[in-house]
Design a protein around this ligand. Sequence first.
Ligand code: SF4
Length: 467
Amino acid sequence: MCGIFGIHARNEDVANLTYFGLFALQHRGQESAGIAVGNGHSVVIHRDMGLVNQVFSPGQLAEMNGVVALGHARYSTTGASRAENAHPLPIRHPVLGPAAIAHNGNLLNAESIRRDLEAQGVVFETSLDTEIMARLIESTHGKTWSEVIKGAFARVVGAYSCGVITSDSVIAIRDPFGFRPLCIGFIPHGSGQPSHVFASETCALDTVNATFVREVQPGEMVVMDEHGLQSVVFQKQNRHAMCVFEFIYFARPDSILKNCELEEARIRMGQVLAREAPVDADMVIALPDSGTPAAIGYAEASGIPFREGLVKSRYINRTFIQPTQSLREAGVMLKLNPLKRSLQGKRVIAVDDSIVRGTSSKRVIDMLRRARATEVHMRISSPPMRFPCFMGVDIGSSKELIAARRTVPQIRDYIGADSLAYLSIPGLMKAVGRGTIDEFCRACFDGSYPVAVPQQLEMDKLALETR
Ligand code: SF4
């Protein structure tokens, strides 16, 4: 997870535009936020714990003047959830001067790079893999930032959509597999030079009235400065592996990925699911908000009416991305309340996008039964999650993933549903509208990791399981 936003714009309030961009990306990370601004001479960073609007006041933003800015909304995968781990992280290159980095993803060879750098005398202040990138950039020789970043990222393996800001440029970098999304837009200024932006999702471009240009290609680095845009392909990879979970859950439904509006893809997931796993019932309801498009699709394809059955508090953050299990569980109860009169005496199909640990589903089904629904059929618009993610999504170890330990009938019994069915992997690929499954990472469903996972990382996950 995590959201990043970068902008190069002369005569614009780049800090405020970045603030708006981060606001649109808040769903990708709610633990901390930060913005760095380059003013031609230096890079000023403000970062702290909290939501974007808790970290920044109008006064702080007004003091951050410059021509380039880079923002980050964080969800932690490596490194604890605390203020010094908030991004962007400062960089001081011995030749090229100050910069900062923000990262969405997870490195697979972080430990070996860290050991090499420590052997050269580099001192680390955090356990973040992003700091490893920062120190690696500082240790890489080159006459320009492009050369340095190209050299540094040639050593990095894993999932990264990154932004680097210098005093007068901002640079978007996407890993050769393209695990995490990253897109480019521009803001026209009459006959003057347009402003360029990049963001984790297109919804952030819309927020600042930028026009979507294209995605940053896997293995591409895009430099935005006073000369406009320069593209550098720094690594080629035959196979691309965008995280299919971006389509299912992570990215906002109004974002466009691979030329596909995600709301539409999610509706199609529900339609395919209805054809794969039909059941007779009186109403289809969603687990709002992330299950809503798939529930609409299921209702359309099945002919069973879609109704609101659960009302969501607008002021609760997403439960899946809370850092601890107890916070996640408390979040479910605060978040949802059943429409008792609508549900009473009804056979209900409840559609959700995924089951991770099963605890949320169990609580929701209990809630529906207490509202006197006579039957509850659970339908999930993704395949069972059986394998951990090493590419930047904290879905936990195999021990935490209920589908890694139980069969579908056992999960049905655990959550207390009358029936349970998941979307198949071929059904998912059909719904995202792509013929070749090799364009996507789907390793949490089938264990087929697009990049070799170092044994140590697998052992670390195993250690978590046995703790
Ligand atoms: S393992 Fe799953 S969550 Fe992780 S990148 Fe692959 S598809 Fe996405």
